[in-house]
Design a protein around this ligand. Structure first.
Ligand code: HEC
Ligand code: HEC
Length: 398
C-alpha cells in the first residue's frame, strides 16, 4: 500500500474510533461463551473489576462478548489490518458521522462473524485452542486471500520482518548484558540514581489531528508513572498511568473514561519505566535474545516472555540505546501489536532521553515530540490520579 492510501486508511480508522456512542454502562453481564463455536479459543486475562465490558457498551456484539473495550478495539484493529482497509470495509460508511451505524448488520459484518466462528473452530480442533490461525494468517492485508503458489517469492531474496514474535534466538547473547549496556548508554547507574523525574512540554500529532501538531505536557516519575495532557482543538485529553492503573479521558476517547487493560496497560507501564533504565529488566519474568535489522541497521532484540509466550520485543541499536518496543495484546482474535519507536536521544543533565516517540497501533498512530525537558521536578501525586471523564466531542452522543 502506498503511503497516501495508508494514511487515509488509518486516518479514517482513527476518526471512527474516537467518539463512539455509549449505549449503556450498567451491570456487568457474565462473560459467557456464546453458542455454536463462537467461544474465543484463548481467553485474555480477566478484566479488573469496574472496567466496562463490550456487553455493557455495545448493543449488537454476539461473539466478542465479555472483553474490555480497549481489547475490543484491538480486535477491530486486527480486522482492519488483516483486510488492509479501514473500519468501513465492514461497517456502514455513515458510521463516520453517526457512530450508532457501527451496529448496522452489513453483509460483510455478517461474513466477518462467520469468519470468527470458522477461525475458532480451526484453532480448537487442530491447534489445541491456541490462537494459531488468525484473520491475518489468511488475509495478510487483503480481502481476497491468495491461494496459489508464488513463483517470484520462491526465487527472490527473503525479506526479514523485524517485528515478529518468533525471532531466531541467539543463546550466546544474555539479556542482562544488553540491559547493562543500555543503562550505560543512557548515562550509567550513578547518574540514573539521581534522575527521579522529568516534566516536558512539546507537541502531539496523530491521525486524530490530521497530523497537525497540538501542544502537549508530559509528567514522568521514577520508577514508572506518567501523565500526558494533550490540548486538542476541542478540549484536553488525559493519558495517565499511576504505576498500577491507566486511563484515557478526553474528546478523542471512545468512552468518556477508557480504562486500559492487559497489553495496553502493560505497554504504558513499559513506556513510563523506560526512561529510568534500571527497572526495565524486571518487567518480565523470562527473557531471551535474538538479532534482526531495522532499516538495514543491525539491532538486538530482547524478548519478554510470560508463561513461555513472547509478549514484548525490546530493540537496542549498536550503541545500546532502546529504539523500539513492540508490545502485543492478547485478544479473542489473536495477538495484536502496538509499536513504539524512540528517536532523537538528547542529553538532559547527563542522562539521555528520547525526544521523539511514535506510537503505532492497528487503529491509531501518534507522534510525541518533547521540548523544554526539566529533570528532577517535584511532581505532585495528584498528577497521576484517575482523570475525570472527558466531555464528549461533537458527534458522540452523551
Ligand atoms: C472485517 C470486518 C470488520 C472491520 C474491518 C471492523 N469491524 Fe467492527 N465489527 C465487526 C464485527 C463482526 C462486529 C460484531 C462482533 C460480534 O458480534 O461479536 C463488529 C462490531 C463493532 C462495533 C460494535 C457495534 C455495536 O454498537 O454493537 C463497533 C463499535 C465496531 N465494530 C467498531 C469498529 C471500528 C472502530 C473498526 C475500525 C478500527 C472496525 N469496527 C472494523 C467487523 C468489523
Ligand atoms: C482460513 C483462512 C481464513 C481465515 C482464518 C479468515 N478468512 Fe476471511 N476469507 C477467507 C477467504 C478464502 C475469503 C473469500 C475471499 C474471496 O471471496 O475471494 C474470505 C473472505 C472474507 C470476507 C469477505 C470479503 C469480501 O470481499 O467481501 C471478510 C469480511 C472476511 N473474510 C473477514 C475475516 C475476518 C474478520 C477473519 C478473522 C476473524 C477472517 N476473515 C479469517 C479466508 C480466511
Amino acid at each position: 500500500m502506498k503511503l497516501g492510501s495508508m494514511r487515509s486508511f488509518l486516518g479514517a480508522t482513527a476518526i471512527a474510533v474516537a467518539g463512539l456512542v455509549v449505549v449503556a454502562v450498567g451491570s456487568r453481564v457474565p462473560a459467557e461463551a456464546s453458542a455454536q463455536g463462537g467461544a474465543p479459543t484463548a481467553a485474555p486475562a480477566a478484566a479488573p473489576p469496574g472496567v466496562p465490558l463490550t456487553d455493557d457498551v455495545f448493543k449488537t456484539v454476539v461473539l466478542l462478548k465479555g472483553i474490555p473495550v480497549d481489547t475490543f478495539f484491538e480486535s477491530m484493529g486486527m480486522f482492519a489490518n488483516a483486510m488492509g482497509n479501514d473500519c468501513t470495509f465492514c461497517h456502514a460508511s455513515k458510521a463516520y458521522f453517526d457512530k450508532r451505524a457501527f451496529a448496522d448488520p452489513t453483509p460483510r459484518l455478517q461474513r466477518a462473524r462467520q469468519m470468527i466462528v470458522m477461525m475458532n473452530t480451526i484453532n480448537r480442533q487442530f491447534f489445541g485452542g491456541q490462537p494459531r490461525v488468525t484473520c491475518f494468517t489468511c488475509h495478510q492485508g487483503s480481502d481476497r486471500p491468495v491461494s496459489d503458489p508464488n513463483i517470484m517469492l520462491q526465487y527472490a531474496t527473503p525479506v526479514e520482518d523485524p517485528n515478529i514474535r518468533d525471532i531466531p534466538v541467539d543463546t550466546r547473547l544474555k539479556a542482562d548484558e544488553i540491559f547493562d549496556k543500555f543503562i550505560q548508554a543512557i548515562g550509567g547507574k550513578e547518574r540514573l540514581s539521581k534522575f527521579t523525574s522529568f516534566t516536558a512540554k512539546g507537541t502531539y500529532a496523530g491521525f486524530d489531528t490530521s497530523f497537525d501538531k497540538v501542544p502537549m505536557e508530559l509528567y514522568v516519575k521514577a520508577p514508572g508513572q506518567s501523565a500526558m495532557i494533550v490540548h486538542f482543538f476541542n478540549g484536553d485529553s488525559y493519558r495517565v498511568y499511576n504505576g498500577t492503573n491507566a486511563w484515557m479521558a478526553g474528546p478523542d476517547t471512545p468512552l468518556p473514561l477508557l480504562t486500559l487493560t492487559a497489553g495496553n496497560l502493560d505497554r504504558v507501564r513499559l513506556e513510563a519505566m523506560a526512561p529510568f533504565g534500571v527497572g526495565l529488566r524486571t518487567t518480565f519474568p523470562q527473557w531471551r535474545v535474538g538479532r534482526t535489522a531495522i532499516n538495514d541497521k543491525e539491532v538486538i532484540v530482547v524478548q519478554g516472555l510470560q508463561n513461555n509466550r513472547v509478549l514484548a520485543n525490546f530493540y537496542f541499536d549498536e550503541t545500546g540505546l532502546l529504539v523500539r518496543i513492540n508490545r502485543w495484546t492478547e485478544t479473542p482474535v489473536g495477538f495484536v501489536p502496538t509499536q513504539i519507536n524512540f528517536e532523537d536521544y538528547r542529553d538532559v543533565q547527563g542522562v539521555k532521553i528520547p525526544f521523539k516517540k511514535t506510537v503505532s497501533q492497528t487503529y491509531m498512530q501518534m507522534v510525541v515530540e518533547l521540548t523544554n525537558v526539566q529533570p528532577n521536578t517535584n511532581i505532585p501525586d495528584s498528577r497521576f490520579a484517575q482523570p475525570s471523564p472527558g466531555k464528549p466531542a461533537d458527534g458522540r452522543a452523551g
